[in-house]
Design a protein around this ligand. Structure first.
Ligand code: AMP
Length: 220
């Protein structure tokens, strides 16, 4: 199973990617998480990416394509993957399509998570993330049991630097301008399904699985 998740920031892609990867036993590949890890470790890539990420802009394309192509060659991605945050622009989509065609393993589905901008802003403005397991909390709708501590592994929660309201609105604009056109790219290929991403995590997971079943034969 090779799946791409599309949708604006705050649509819940990371949460659903983690759930789907566990359910189907495939790799969970989040380009934002990989980049944040590079920033935290102070690598060359991290130093290059940081300013773009802080502003809510996209990191240059050549770097991103190389990073994802390398990640897709790791053993855990061979049986499938959930891609969260890539592709984000048409040339990345084309590069992904070409690379998968070369190995005879095309995408199975592209799911577009649909959410109202104001709901996304509210979700992200209150979001706290566990740096270890990447689970997210929201101080208003889904607080952790202990203040600022992950329920799952006890790690101290952090706020992402790009989750302040001004940067979130910029990220939503960049998404609309740069990434929304990918919907047509994948729709043309018969791969796109839309998922209503409002509601509880369980509700969205159920809708996502239904959308996948529409395109992928899950019995085999
Ligand atoms: P995310 O965690 O998906 O919200 O990504 C956080 C930030 O990482 C984005 O705002 C971009 O600056 C950068 N980023 C992640 N994926 C990509 C990509 N495919 N292309 C360019 N920049 C990316």
């Amino acid at each position: 199973m090779r799946i791409v998740l599309l949708g604006p920031p705050g649509a819940g892609k990371g949460t659903q990617a983690r759930r789907l990867a566990e359910r189907y036993g495939v790799a969970n590949i989040s380009t934002g998480d990989i980049l944040r890890d590079h920033v935290a470790r102070g690598t060359d890539l991290g130093r290059l990416a940081k300013d773009f990420m802080d502003r809510g802009d996209y990191v240059p394309d050549d770097v991103m394509v190389r990073m994802v192509m390398e990640r897709l060659q790791e053993p855990d991605a061979r049986d499938g993957f959930i891609l969260d945050g890539f592709p984000r622009i048409v040339p990345q989509s084309q590069a992904l399509e070409d690379a998968l065609a070369d190995i005879g393993r095309p995408l199975s589905a592209v799911l577009k998570f649909k959410i109202d901008d104001e709901v996304a802003v509210k979700r992200l403005a209150g979001r706290w993330t566990c740096p270890a397991c990447k689970r997210t909390y929201n101080m208003e709708f889904k607080p952790p049991r202990v203040d600022r501590v992950c329920d799952h592994d006890g790690t101290e929660l952090l706020r992402r630097g790009d989750d302040d309201e001004v940067t979130v609105r910029r990220r939503l604009d960049v998404y609309r301008r740069e990434t929304a056109p990918l919907e047509f790219f994948f729709w043309e290929r018969g791969l796109l399904r839309e998922v209503d991403a409002e509601g509880t995590e369980d509700e969205v997971t159920a809708r996502t699985i239904e959308a996948i079943a529409d395109l992928v034969d899950l019995s085999s």
